[in-house]
Design a protein around this ligand. Structure first.
Ligand code: C2O
Ligand code: CU
Ligand code: CU
Length: 467
């Protein structure tokens, strides 16, 4: 419904039992009983107000990933919505910092009971965003249990381009999960073959992986398509798994993946890829053309980085010939920011490395674990800055509020898949990269962090104060 020019949504966070694997009942934490949550459809410059009700047994907080959102609605990890009857602290609840409810020691936290309104101005480029839980120390298990959903912003300019639309536009949220023998989600997945890095014994340290690939909540789905162009809007909502996606025909040919958009909306011009690497939280907006594929045959989306059960992601079955008046224009957008190095008020360096935290292993930014009461970076509203990021192992680094461009990787020009405006950059082991951004929009407290969800919970997050 529309009140005062804003679109309003109600979402109840509750436990729901769903059938994900055939014939198996799996208890999940859901937004409105679905997995993923309901997709929010928004128009550029028209505010969206989402009222969230927490009927889960734990505190929650919602963040709109990729949103240009005022700080009070950005889902700061201590701005908790407490469930009915929550005691403080709740016995037996320990986060990754080993403390009970560390969130409660943040004097700036705005804590509510049972319900909270989140207001999203939507004054930003059309893009596919997603919303997910962001509770301090508990984000990874909350997303794993189901607390994630899509949020798509559209505008007239994008709709007039003639891109594949309607049933030929498919948002595809890809994630891996592990299940135990009873159908419950296994967290962490204790199967040692699922660990990202050999020699890592802590069950969470490298990030939690699963051996079942889900797309929009269904395992390895097969989707019927026309022999026509489709807009495939990929999002990696996995906690820790990286993919490299390819579209392979039944006779082993690779279909071009024509990238039209990145995390923060359309590119200036299309970029054609044979395969696309995708780290947790990244989005790739892609057009694939099924018109040259024989009717009745399959095109499989595979993950080159996976093996066995994690190799295939999903498939398209080309069901029929059909008319197609869609197009991919050679110019997609002309409103991308044109920041240059010479515009930068400051250059900063941040390391993303393993280290000691509370006597155990943690993941640190600049040698420190996350602390909500410490300001790590102070930036001026409207300042352009260059940030140099350096990683020990793979870290997908995400910045709240401000979209950025990749300036360099390992001292070289960015890679083809770095094109466009991003909010998450996948740092490779030992790599340093530079990003450029402008901190405009709102004053207040924001975050940057690793989007390997376990790394985030284990300390790899820091505060930005925009003044
Ligand atoms: Cu998708 Cu701060 O998160
Ligand atoms: Cu975010
Ligand atoms: Cu990381």
């Amino acid at each position: 419904s529309t009140v005062d020019g804003a679109d309003r949504y109600e979402i109840t966070q509750r436990e729901t039992v769903l059938e994900i694997l055939p014939g198996v009942k799996t208890p999940l934490w859901t937004y409105n009983g679905t997995f993923p949550g309901p997709t929010i459809e928004a128009r550029r410059d028209r505010p969206v107000i989402v009222t969230h009700h927490n009927e889960l047994p734990v505190p929650t907080v919602v963040h709109l990933h990729g949103g240009r959102t005022p700080p009070e609605s950005d889902g700061y990890p201590t701005d908790l919505v407490l469930p009915d009857g929550w005691q403080d602290p709740m016995p037996g609840m320990h986060g990754m910092h080993g403390m009970q409810m560390p969130a409660m020691s943040d004097p700036r936290a705005v804590v509510t009971r049972q319900t909270r309104d989140y207001t999203f101005p939507m004054a930003q480029r059309p893009a596919m965003l997603w919303y997910h839980d962001h509770r301090m120390d508990f984000t990874a298990p909350a997303i794993w249990r189901g607390l994630a959903g899509l949020h798509i912003i559209r505008d007239d300019a994008e709709e007039s381009l003639g891109l594949p639309a309607g049933p030929r536009e498919l948002p595809l949220a890809i994630m891996d999960r592990a299940f135990d023998d009873h159908g419950n989600l296994a967290y962490p997945a204790l199967d040692p073959t699922l660990r990202e890095q050999p020699g890592v014994h802590e069950p969470y340290l490298a990030g939690v992986l699963g051996d079942v690939i889900l797309v929009n909540g269904a395992p390895w789905p097969v989707h019927e398509v026309d022999a026509a162009r489709y807009r495939l809007r990929f999002l990696n909502t996995s906690n820790a798994r990286h993919y490299e996606l390819e579209a392979v025909t039944y006779d082993g040919r690779r279909l071009d993946l024509v990238q039209i958009g990145a995390d923060q909306g359309l590119l200036a011009a299309p970029v054609t890829h044979q395969s696309l690497p995708m780290a947790p939280a990244e989005r790739y907006d892609v057009v694939a053309d099924f018109s040259g594929v024989p009717v009745g045959s399959l095109v499989t989306i595979v993950n080159r980085l996976g093996s066995g059960r994690t190799h295939d992601v999903m498939a398209f079955r080309v069901a029929r010939r059909a008319a197609d008046d869609s197009r991919v224009p050679t110019v997609l957008s002309n409103d991308l920011p044109s920041w240059n190095r010479s515009d930068a008020a400051r250059v900063r360096d941040f390391s993303f490395r393993a280290g000691r935290m509370n006597g155990g292993h943690g993941w640190l930014i600049g040698g420190q674990p996350f602390n909500p009461t410490r300001t790590d970076v102070t930036v001026g509203l409207g300042d352009v800055e260059v940030w140099r990021l350096i990683a020990d192992v793979q870290h997908p680094v995400h910045l709240h509020l401000a979209g950025f461009r990749v300036l360099s990787r390992g001292g070289k020009p960015p890679l083809p898949h770095d094109a466009g405006l991003k909010d998450t950059i996948s740092l490779q082991p030992g790599e340093s990269a530079e990003i450029i951004t402008c901190f405009d929009g709102y004053r207040g407290r924001y975050l940057f962090h690793c989007h390997n969800a376990e790394h985030e919970d284990m300390g790899m997050m820091a505060n930005i104060e925009i003044v």
